[in-house]
Design a protein around this ligand. Structure first.
Ligand SMILES: Cc1cc2nc3c(=O)[nH]c(=O)nc-3n(C[C@H](O)[C@H](O)[C@H](O)COP(=O)(O)OP(=O)(O)OC[C@H]3O[C@@H](n4cnc5c(N)ncnc54)[C@H](O)[C@@H]3O)c2cc1C
Length: 392
């Protein structure tokens, strides 16, 4: 089937998995999220409620949590996963609890991720587990490595522990044939994160992509880095795992660059980011035997361009090296229409105790107000579907 600009307009396909009351809740949610004043007031109130330990979990559960998260436990997530599987949509699982910085927390995070990998191994449509290296070691440690200052004995031990923790996860992921997607984070700690992921890809990605790095295409140096990574993988004979995103820390990156007086690592405008994102997708698709790619974006033009490129290159739409992904609760018009057309579609599904996932949800709401147009687009599609059902 030839693809055109209308493929993401089919709201019947996009929202078939939602009941009328789910749709009404989503409508209320995106109307609220579309109002920066309400989001700002709501975020402050939510943060205060957490600090005061007020019993607000049930309120979140009924509103934002169920829209954006899979559940508090794997058992609860199963319902959502099965629901998505009925529509041929897979899942990238993420423990949505915000990170703390003690050794006990790092060990607890490894334990949680090991359980997630085993759960993924038992559930065919859970394709990967998303992790952060700052969930296994201190932010300050990575920051120091990036400055080039020599690590003291204690810090060297910490780095060794980070790698031991990561090895544990990779071994289990290899055994369960589950991919580990390592998040990209702030640019001032990203160099050591990249170095560790590269080392692990070379070790584990011989038969399939156990480890995948994330490339933030809002950085002006990332397309060149990706090109270099493809060449390195070819030379050393492993599969490059590449999750492509635009990037989540634009404001923070720019503010820090101004405050410390260095050139911002972020592209000057969105157009340049879009060009690099699409360029990165093409680069990966043109070398698909060497690269395993996850195209993680809510941009309709970028998703359409990627789908057209797959067809143009005559790659099977469900090639095991190509995955699309959007956040659970967003971009359903992209995900479900992609899956209907035979492409590998997935949802990024956070899970975890409601109270502990609240900070993730607040960030999500704030990101929605800053991602121009996205909230309005979600709302108008939901309204369109409500009207369509009324007229049926
Ligand atoms: C499965 C998944 C995994 C993810 N993993 C990560 C991760 O590991 N690390 C991470 O940082 N993010 C991650 N993200 C978040 C991702 O970066 C944001 O969802 C994304 O930036 C939003 O862009 P978009 O492609 O969806 O949509 P679009 O709306 O097309 O793009 C919005 C993005 O473009 C960029 N942008 C907007 N305006 C400008 C401007 N004026 N100048 C320069 N850039 C601009 C920003 O990055 C902004 O977020 C992930 C997202 C998904 C779905």
């Amino acid at each position: 089937m030839k693809l055109n600009n209308n493929i993401f307009e089919n709201t019947e396909v996009a929202f078939a998995h939602l009941t009328n009351s789910d749709l009404q809740r989503a409508k209320l949610l995106f109307s609220t999220v579309g109002n920066p004043l309400l989001v700002s007031a709501g975020s402050s109130a939510a943060n205060l409620a957490i600090k005061l330990r007020l019993p607000v979990s049930f309120l979140f559960r009924l509103t934002v949590y169920d829209h954006f998260c899979g559940g508090e436990t794997f058992e609860e997530c199963k319902k959502v996963i099965e629901h998505l599987a009925e529509n041929n949509v897979g899942v990238l699982l993420n423990y949505g609890v915000e990170l703390k910085e003690t050794e006990e927390d790092f060990e607890a995070s490894v334990k949680e991720n090991l359980s997630a990998i085993r759960f993924a191994g038992e559930n065919a449509t859970v394709k990967s587990v998303c992790i952060k290296l700052t969930g296994m070691g201190r932010f300050g440690l990575f920051e120091k490595i990036q400055t080039g200052n020599e690590l003291n004995k204690q810090e060297q031990k910490e780095l060794t522990q980070v790698k031991q923790r990561f090895h544990k996860l990779c071994k289990e992921a290899a055994k369960q044939q589950v991919a580990l997607y390592v998040d990209a984070e702030e640019s001032w700690i990203q160099d050591p994160l990249d170095a560790i992921v590269e080392e692990f890809m070379a070790e584990y990605n011989r038969q399939f992509a156990v480890v995948c790095n994330t490339f933030q295409m809002y950085r002006h140096d990332r397309l060149a880095y990706l090109e270099q990574q493809v060449l390195k993988a070819k030379k050393l004979g492993y599969i490059l795992g590449a999750k492509l995103v635009r990037g989540a820390y634009m404001e923070k990156e720019r503010e820090r660059a101004v405050a410390l007086g260095y050139p911002s690592p972020i592209h000057k405008n969105k157009k340049a980011v879009d060009a690099d994102f699409d360029g990165a997708v093409n680069l990966c698709l043109e070398d698909i035997a060497q690269v395993y790619v996850c195209i993680a974006s809510h941009s309709e033009p970028s998703n359409l361009a990627a789908m057209q490129k797959i067809d143009e290159l005559k790659i099977e739409r469900n090639h095991p090296h190509i995955w699309f992904s959007q956040l659970y609760g967003m971009g359903d018009n992209i995900t479900f229409n992609q899956s209907k057309l035979g492409y590998n579609a997935t949802k990024y599904l956070p899970y975890g105790p409601v109270r502990e996932v609240i900070p993730y949800l607040i960030r999500r709401a704030q990101e929605n107000t800053s991602v121009a147009g996205q909230t309005g687009r979600e709302l108008s599609l939901i309204q369109q579907e409500i009207m369509r059902r009324k007229n049926c």
